[in-house]
Design a protein around this ligand. Structure first.
Ligand SMILES: NC(=O)c1ccc[n+]([C@@H]2O[C@H](COP(=O)([O-])OP(=O)(O)OC[C@H]3O[C@@H](n4cnc5c(N)ncnc54)[C@H](OP(=O)(O)O)[C@@H]3O)[C@@H](O)[C@H]2O)c1
Length: 294
């Protein structure tokens, strides 16, 4: 299967620009599909297709002639993917990469799985479409945390401004994370290796590490001892369940701590589970990443 023309949905967000850059750098012809009301701007290297996701004809126009669609659409807009997938199948798109790029949704359980329901529904829709259309296929890519981005915004428990680390349980539970440029490279490689990546759900990562290992590098690179706040994931779980019971989906941030940091949780991909080698995607340098975000 040969992929040349690639449409990226929501290419203007946190992740999208890294995916667009990697696809352009790899030599794909990239069209960014953006909402009619979007204020996003894009590089002159890509075609921009302003699209009404509620209109089948607008989506058909946007996806005509595309070999692959990569969705990096916002979590809050995941419901829109259903129509986009339907339009992609009708347009003869050969590969759909849905907006996963987080926890491995095939392993997530409990409240977190409920919150990520739209991602699981998209997988079911894609599997059905691939079974019914021999020319259509999909690849799901789990990246766990956006690692470099997460160090900056605090989702890994580190506040650079306050030199404070919030460590969950022992801080020794291994978890994975992926730098945004590496996610872009993984997407490009999946499309370059379209035959071997068809109809699979894969994990990639820049790092398999622990909160304590990251803290040690932060302390070495800043030359100071950081304030450590210890928390229990059992409390995070209680808070998450209470929030979810009230319909508050910010519970996801609390479930995330349980899925990644709970002692013995073991849900993060192990080195041997990762598709990095197969895709030719390098692991990251933890110290270099920490230095870059400081
Ligand atoms: N692993 C992690 O740590 C992590 C962190 C955050 C997100 N994620 C996951 O990664 C994926 C991408 O997340 P992101 O943070 O990059 O997304 P994002 O920045 O929130 O949004 C991506 C793009 O989606 C489009 N969009 C926004 N609201 C929309 C709406 N209501 N309807 C339709 N389109 C809308 C916008 O593009 P236009 O303006 O161009 O239309 C936006 O730039 C999601 O699946 C998310 O769950 C993972």
């Amino acid at each position: 299967m040969s992929i040349k023309n690639v449409a990226v949905i929501g290419g203007s967000g946190n992740l999208g620009p890294a995916v667009v850059k990697a696809l352009v750098d790899t030599g794909f012809t990239v069209t960014v599909v953006t909402r009619l009301e979007s204020k996003a701007t894009f590089s002159s290297e890509v075609k921009v297709q302003r699209t009404d996701y509620d209109s089948a004809s607008s989506l058909a126009e946007a996806l005509a002639g595309q070999d692959a669609v990569v969705s990096t659409i916002a979590t809050a807009a995941l419901g829109q993917q259903q129509k986009i997938i339907e339009a992609a199948v009708k347009a003869g798109v050969k590969r759909f990469i849905p907006s996963e790029f987080g926890l491995n949704t095939q392993k997530v359980t409990g409240g977190a799985a409920k919150i990520l329901g739209a991602k699981l529904a998209a997988q079911e829709q894609l599997k059905k479409a691939a079974a019914e259309n021999p020319n259509f296929s999909w690849t799901g890519i789990s990246t766990s945390l956006f690692f470099d981005w997460g160090l900056k915004v605090g989702s890994l428990g580190f506040s650079i401004k306050d030199k404070t680390a919030t460590i969950f349980d022992s801080g020794n539970e291994p978890f994975t994370g992926t730098n945004l440029p590496t996610i872009g490279l993984a997407v490009a490689s999946v499309l370059k290796n379209a035959d071997t990546t068809a109809n699979r759900y894969i994990d990639v990562a820049s790092f398999v590490t622990t909160q304590n290992a990251i803290l040690a590098v932060f302390q070495e690179e800043t030359g100071t001892k950081w304030t450590v706040v210890n928390k229990n994931t059992s409390d995070s779980l209680k808070i998450a369940d209470e929030k979810l019971a009230k319909g508050d989906y910010s519970a996801f941030g609390d479930y995330l701590k349980v899925e990644l940091f709970r002692d013995g949780e073991g849900k993060s991909a192990k080195l041997e589970d990762l598709a990095n080698e197969e895709l030719g995607v390098s692991f990251g340098d933890l110290r270099a990443t920490v230095k870059a975000v400081l």
